[in-house]
Design a protein around this ligand. Structure first.
Ligand code: HSE
Length: 405
């Protein structure tokens, strides 16, 4: 079967490589048909590349080629990826993607178009890189009401936090190391401010509960406020800080969804996910907790998921894959700060008596070289708004949610 790849960056070139290096195996897995890359769309030139004859700068070469039935979109960003994907689906070609920004923003429209045209739109690589999570959630866990999801969804921030926790490296040095290792972009904003994790939360929430959640509905906080002092206090309580995307079922027409640093206790599977690895813990009412772990980014891991979708699309020509992903609504995602109760870690310039007067008996934490006017403690369960109100007269240095995953 002839296929095309749009975007020859890290993931796109990995897709071409995996299709070629695993040709015979893919032939077996599709039930007989090998995949053959006929076009590679990219505006850049790649002189000397072994696939030079396949390159085109004209999208119409793919759109108008009746032989091409499946296209991988590994361009990233919303435009022109959205326009191209829409046109391909309208033409009856299946599209598979690693583009989380596009799925988070436009998944509903693209799946709706696929529904009409008889093609498939698949996006296994958009969350968790090489980790199987989209198909397990939509198929293997189909018999569960999902109660919640908590995920370490961004490898760059997990790498930075791991270096802070294990090597006592401060945030700036850990970020620089992530950039030197090629994990973080030159402009790391989308990773460290949580936007990348937010897009992945949107996709997981839409899949888990069948209603589209958009990035602007997900409260998002990054890791730039985390300090070595916080790491040290929490170490004394056998806890670590992770950037988590969390989703909670509230009722059939209400969920909570947010991205923030979270205190994770040793004993949770998420506490042991280190470096650039990702993990997604799904809580189902029949299965209990299941955790999906693996490489959340990178050329070949992500290509592994993209090519698996191409194989699936090739096996489902003229047959629909159903995701049950419908329209969302403005008030579908609640303001979790006034709704969800949880314990909080607090660090403040205060004395213990002042804190006891406000919070009653709390668990105080300690660290090396703790200044005499600094306290850190874990509160009882309360909403974030109640916490903010209680701390209104306190010189608060940081607060972090404590998760129950
Ligand atoms: N920047 C992302 C990460 C890449 O660090 O996880 C994979 O989505």
């Amino acid at each position: 079967m002839k296929v095309a790849v749009m975007g020859y960056g890290t993931v796109g070139s990995g897709v071409v490589e995996v299709i070629e290096s695993h040709s015979e195996l893919i032939g077996k897995r599709t039930g007989g048909e090998r995949l053959e890359v006929k076009h590679i769309l990219d505006l850049r030139d790649f002189p000397g590349d072994a696939h030079e004859k396949l390159f085109t700068k004209d999208f119409n070469d793919i759109l108008n080629d009746d032989e091409v039935k499946v296209v991988a979109e590994t361009m990233g960003g919303v435009e022109p990826a959205f326009t191209f994907t829409m046109k391909l689906l309208q033409a009856g070609k299946s599209v598979v993607t690693s583009n989380k920004e596009l799925v988070a923003q436009k998944g509903l429209e693209l799946l709706g178009e696929a529904e009409k045209s008889g093609a498939n739109y698949l996006f296994e690589a958009s969350v968790g890189g090489g980790i199987p999570i989209i198909r397990p959630m939509s198929q293997c866990l189909a018999a569960n009401n999902i109660e919640g999801v908590a995920g370490i969804l961004n490898g760059t921030t997990n790498f930075i936090l791991t270096r802070m926790i294990e090597d006592d490296m401060d945030f700036a040095d850990a970020l620089k190391l992530a950039q030197d290792n090629g994990y973080a972009e030159k402009d790391p904003t989308a990773d460290i401010e949580g936007f990348d994790a937010c897009r992945k939360v949107c996709i997981l929430a839409s899949l888990a509960f069948g209603k589209h959640v958009y990035p602007n509905q997900v409260s998002t906080e990054g890791i730039t406020n985390i300090t070595l002092e916080d790491v040290s206090y929490l170490h004394s309580a056998n806890c670590v800080i992770k950037l988590l995307g969390q989703i909670k079922y509230i009722s059939d027409d209400k969920i909570a969804a947010f991205v923030s640093p979270a205190v994770v206790q040793h004993g949770s599977q998420l506490a042991y996910v280190n470096g650039v690895f990702n993990a997604i813990l799904v809580r189902g009412d029949a299965v209990g907790d299941v955790c999906f772990y693996g490489p959340g980014a990178g050329k070949l891991p992500t290509a592994s998921a993209v090519v698996a979708d191409m194989v699936d699309a090739a096996k489902h020509i003229n047959r629909k894959k159903i995701f049950g992903w419908g329209a969302g609504s403005e008030d579908y995602v609640v303001d979790y700060k006034s709704t969800l109760e949880m314990p909080f870690y607090v660090r403040a310039k205060a004395d213990e008596n002042e804190i006891k007067e406000l919070f009653g008996e709390v668990q105080f934490l300690s660290r090396h070289d703790q200044p005499s006017d600094e306290v850190a403690f874990i509160t009882d369960k309360m909403t974030e708004n109640a916490l903010t109100a209680k701390l209104s007269g306190v010189n608060t240095l940081n607060t972090i949610k404590v998760t129950n995953y």
